[in-house]
Design a protein around this ligand. Structure first.
Ligand code: F0G
Length: 433
């Protein structure tokens, strides 16, 4: 076999065909480690470029296009895929000007089949579940993982079990998990407690856990970096900016970039900027203390996707920051919702947590960390329709403690031409785009 599981703390190795999430010896997080020496020379940019636009599975997927780097041993017949990935990378010059950066692209992971980046990790995770012969998969979730897990479990003919908090789950996500046929359990506990519960019950009942503590999830999510850099013609941006919750995505980015570099597909690494909500900021606090200490927090934020106080992938995120000379920033709920309103009004749209990327880029540029002339890629992690409630309440300026700076008030009109003329006059000047 070309791949093994390796503990990032003690480097002990285990075969990939056993059910393990953490190191049985020391409790450290596990990596799926591919044999890079064997891959070197066998993969190059031309291989992946030749697969662009193909209709043939599995390479038509924006995850499995990079199969050699994601799951070289995986039997293609086992792959559970909805052609995830293949998401757009939008140049956004007007938002760049607002954020004070020279060049900005937005990578829209909300364009995945269930509306978030989680599908990239779920195709690899559910495929591994199938390879292991599992019939049930489970996760604790702030919403998007549960939607994705329920969909991919359904495709694979497995039971998908999802645990979420009994409040503050975005409506679109809850609706998806129920509609895709997941076994949905609302629990009066926050995400961090639900993650403990799902790990315990899964061990007891023989269920496969597909939270991002599962290293096979991260293998799929790495492909966000591969695809972004390929879309830029293999030019490496100066910065990747993404939101941080359970820190699976940022950990996956670090690993993927490290591997691209080790294989000679890129000649330098972009810097990673992880942006947390101020009310859910344990990584930011640890970063400010030079990682000398780490304390879980009680999480509160309007960006419910990242309302996480004790991120399971903390050690991997710190490693990703070290590999990439990365930084951590925090933004307020006000900054998140105002940035979201601008992304939405640009015709692109995203859910609240995703807007950390733009709000964070702006803060980092103002602080001089992102410098003039640098190219920034912001990751939009979820679709605009995931959390319609937050959007409507922002635009009607009824969100607690938020003063909507970019509200687009809904008009009400009598059914008369006079009333409509009043609303629609005068015509605005065209905006230069
Ligand atoms: N953005 C969105 C839209 C998310 O749903 C999440 C995580 C993140 C960002 C943060 O990513 O956890 O890898 O740091 N949502 C998880 C869930 C926790 O259950 O759906 P992360």
């Amino acid at each position: 076999m070309a791949s093994i599981l390796q503990c990032m703390a003690c480097a002990r190795q285990y075969p990939i065909d056993v059910i393990l999430y953490t190191c049985p010896h020391c409790g450290g997080l596990l990596d799926v480690q591919h044999d890079l020496d064997a891959l070197r020379g066998g993969v190059d940019r031309a291989l992946f470029d030749a697969r662009l636009g193909t209709l043939d599975a599995p390479y038509s997927s924006g995850v499995w296009r990079y199969k050699e780097l994601v799951g070289p041993d995986v039997d293609p017949a086992l792959i559970v895929s909805r052609n995830e990935g293949n998401t757009n990378l939008y140049p956004a010059p007007r938002l760049a000007a607002w954020a004070g950066v020279t060049s900005l692209y937005l990578k829209h992971e909300g364009e995945n089949p269930t509306g978030s980046f989680k599908d990239r990790g779920m195709t690899t995770g559910v495929t591994q579940a199938r390879a292991l012969g599992m019939s049930r998969v489970a996760c604790a979730s702030t919403g998007n993982t549960s939607a994705s897990l329920a969909a991919y479990a359904a495709l694979a003919g497995m039971e998908g079990v999802v645990f979420f908090e009994n409040k503050q789950i975005a409506l679109g996500k809850l609706a998806q998990a129920i509609a895709y046929g997941g076994t949905c359990v609302q629990i009066s506990a926050d995400f961090d407690r639900n993650l403990e519960l799902v790990r315990e019950i899964s061990e007891k009942l023989g269920i496969y856990v597909l939270n991002s503590v599962n290293p096979f999830r991260l293998e799929g999510q790495k492909s966000i970096m591969f695809e972004t850099i390929q879309q830029l013609g293999w030019r490496v941006p100066d910065w990747i900016v993404c939101p941080g919750g359970n820190l699976g995505n940022s950990s996956a980015f670090g690993k993927g970039l490290h591997e691209l570099h080790a294989l000679g597909l890129i000649d330098r690494l972009p810097r990673l900027a992880i942006v947390q909500a101020e009310g859910a900021n344990p990584l930011y606090r640890a970063y400010r203390a030079n990682f000398a200490e780490y304390e879980p927090v009680h999480a509160e934020t309007i960006a419910t996707a990242i309302k996480i106080g004790n991120p399971v992938n903390y050690p991997k995120a710190v490693r990703a920051l070290r590999w990439t000379d990365g930084v951590v920033e925090q933004v307020t709920d006000q900054e998140i919702m105002d940035a979201k309103a601008l992304i939405d009004a640009h015709g692109i749209g995203c859910e609240p947590a995703s807007a950390c990327s733009l709000a964070g880029a702006r803060k980092l540029a103002a602080a001089g960390v992102i410098r003039p002339g640098e190219t920034v890629v912001g990751i939009l992690t979820g679709h605009i329709l995931k959390d319609p409630d937050a959007t409507i309440r922002y635009h009607s300026n009824t969100l607690d403690a938020i003063d909507a700076q970019h509200a687009n008030a809904l008009h009400q009109a009598e059914p008369s031409i006079e009333a409509l003329t009043r609303i629609l006059s005068p015509a605005p000047e065209p905006v230069e785009v």
